[in-house]
Design a binder for this molecule. Sequence first.
Ligand SMILES: [Zn+2]
Length: 287
Amino acid sequence: MKKLIIIVLLSYTSIVNVSAKEENDIVNFYEQNTEFTAGLIYGILRYEKNTAKFKDSDCVDICIDEKVFFSDEYLNLPKIGIDARGDGLDIEDYDDLLLSLLNHLDGDIENNLKEYYGLKGYDIIKTIEKIYNEYPNDDLLVRQFPIPKRHRGDYQNAYGTKRSYKRNRSHEGIDIFAYTSTPVVATSYGVVEKMGWNELGGYRIGIRDLHNTYQYYAHLNSFSKNLKVGDVVKVGEVIGYVGSTGYGKEGTRGKFPPHLHFGLYKYDGKKEWAFNPYHHLRNWEKK
Ligand SMILES: [Zn+2]
C-alpha cells in the first residue's frame, strides 16, 4: 500500500486516494490515470493468461520471471516487483503481480510492450485490444463450430496423417466435408491476419483470436464479400464458403472433394505450433 502511494505520488501527484486492495482497483487506477485503455489492459491480461500455462513455473494468470520480480538478489536487473498491499512482496499474490506488471509497462507503453513481450506478443496483445474495442460488451470467449448446424458434414480425426502433394508432410488440421458454397463461420472473435491464395490451401483465411490461437480455414470456394485483412470478425460471422480450391496455380479447383480444412496453431509466448483441433470441434459441435 505504502509503495503504491509512493508510486502514485511520484507519477501522478494529483491523485493520492488509491486503494490497491483489489484487482479492480488496480485496473481502474491504470485506466483512469495513465495512458492504458480498458482494451489494452484486457489484451495484456488475456495474453498473460494464454501464455501462463506454457511457462516453466507454476504461475497462474500472470507470470513474471522470478529474477526480475525480486531484483534485490540480481542487482543488474531492473526491479519489477511491487507489494500492492503492504503484506510483503509475493510472486504468487495476484495483486502484487498485476500492479508490478502494469507499473513496469507504464510510461512509453507501446515500446515497453514490444520490449517485454517481443514483436509477436505485442501484435497479439494489440489484436486482442482491437477485438475488445469493437465489441466491449460481448462475451468474447464464446466459440463455435465452423459450419452452421444444418449444413454440417462428416469429419474424422485424420490429424497428422500423411499428405504428399509436392512433398511429404503431415496433415495439420481436420477436413470437414460439406457441399460447395456451404457457409464457413468464424469459430471465435478474432482479426483477419491473412487472406488470399496459397498453393496448398487454395483460397484461405487466417484469423488471430484472443486465445493466442491462429485459425486456418482452407480450400474455400470464395470469401465473404467485403471481408479484408485487419477486420475484426464476430464468432459465428460468415467469413467464406466451402470449396475445393488449391493444389495448383490460383483458381485451381476440383483436385479433391469439397471440404473445409480447419487448422489451429498456438503461440505460447516463444514459438508457434500446430495442434489437433478434433476434440475442440467435437465440443463446439454440441452447442
Ligand atoms: Zn486438410
